[in-house]
Design a protein around this ligand. Structure first.
Ligand SMILES: NC(=O)c1ccc[n+]([C@@H]2O[C@H](COP(=O)([O-])OP(=O)(O)OC[C@H]3O[C@@H](n4cnc5c(N)ncnc54)[C@H](OP(=O)(O)O)[C@@H]3O)[C@@H](O)[C@H]2O)c1
Length: 273
């Protein structure tokens, strides 16, 4: 793995740092001596993480911010203005599994605010800073579900398709400015997100990965690859759907997810708010 401190500088900012893949990313960077700004909502979890990260003799600042709220990116910009941040890991995200019209519209909008607006705004803020220095790194979190539409996870998979496309484009656009952009698209990863999903993943033919492995694959891709998918089977899923009609994997995922959902839908008859 590259020397992140040497390549991008002394500080990194990780959103969604308090659990799952974000926590694993934070620990990996801390092991390399990179100081961290850890962002999430729950202050207690952030303080527990800070104690853990400080055992690696780094400086840690925690920011308790709800990134789905308007103004949250500006708040991050203001609170980090004096720090020489060289790496942004825009990792925070939520899912919302269920029949589209039975899900709450407010929750679907919140998902877009967190999964799309926040990483876009933070990428904009930090890319401008990095461009002035002529160096920096941005790691965006998409998903294997972003490689095709996924019924019953429709809004989430669409949000991740946006991130995949944004990151692919920025990888090329920002390269001449000295900024590395990569998109990490994990498949099933064993984190609180998937543990709380209303899907029995034992019924879906995909293998689960540990967040530490996924975090290392993502960090390792920076400066080398525009996009990366951890795991051989996940890579296959992402690759094969470029060779077959787009509708096939969408239909397949629709059957698989519907069969594996632990909360049964009413058959899409009732629209939610
Ligand atoms: N796990 C998977 O199988 C998988 C697969 C593909 C992609 N991903 C993507 O990987 C990323 C991390 O997922 P994960 O599985 O590690 O999830 P996770 O364990 O649920 O962690 C989510 C993190 O985001 C924070 N967060 C949630 N809502 C937030 C908000 N409104 N404002 C600020 N922070 C917020 C959480 O802390 P607080 O609750 O304290 O705010 C937590 O630190 C997500 O973008 C996800 O879509 C995950």
């Amino acid at each position: 793995m590259k020397n992140f401190k040497q390549t991008y500088g002394a500080w990194a900012l990780v959103t969604g740092a308090s659990s799952g893949i974000g926590e694993a990313m934070s620990i990996e960077l801390a092991k390399q001596g990179v100081n961290l700004v850890a962002v999430a909502r729950n202050e207690d979890k952030l303080l527990t993480l800070k104690t853990k990260l400080e055992t690696y003799n780094i400086e840690v600042k925690t920011l308790s911010v709800d990134l789905s709220l308007p103004g949250s990116s500006a708040e991050i910009a203001e609170k980090t203005a004096q720090l020489d941040i060289g790496l942004l890991v825009a990792n925070a995200g939520i899912e919302n599994t269920g029949a589209f019209i039975e899900n709450s519209q407010d929750q679907e909008r919140k998902l877009l605010d967190l999964n799309i607006t926040s990483p876009m705004e933070l990428s904009h803020i930090f890319a401008k800073r990095f461009a002035k220095k002529g160096k920096g790194g941005i790691l965006l979190l998409a998903s294997l579900f972003g490689y095709q539409g996924v019924p019953f996870v429709a809004n989430y998979s669409a949000s991740k398709a946006y991130i995949l496309s944004l990151g692919e484009a920025l990888n090329v656009e920002l390269k001449p400015l000295g900024i590395d952009v990569s998109v990490l698209s994990p498949g099933l990863t064993d984190t609180p997100m998937t543990q709380n999903m209303v899907v029995d993943f034992k019924k879906v033919p995909i293998t689960s990965h540990q967040p530490e492995v996924v975090a290392r694959v993502g960090l390792n891709a920076l400066g080398k690859k525009a996009t990366v998918v951890p795991g051989f089977i996940n890579k296959f899923y992402a690759w094969e759907n470029r060779l077959i009609p787009r509708s096939w994997p969408v239909k397949l995922f629709g059957i698989l997810i519907k069969r594996a959902m632990t909360v049964k839908t009413t058959g899409n008859k009732q629209a939610a708010v």
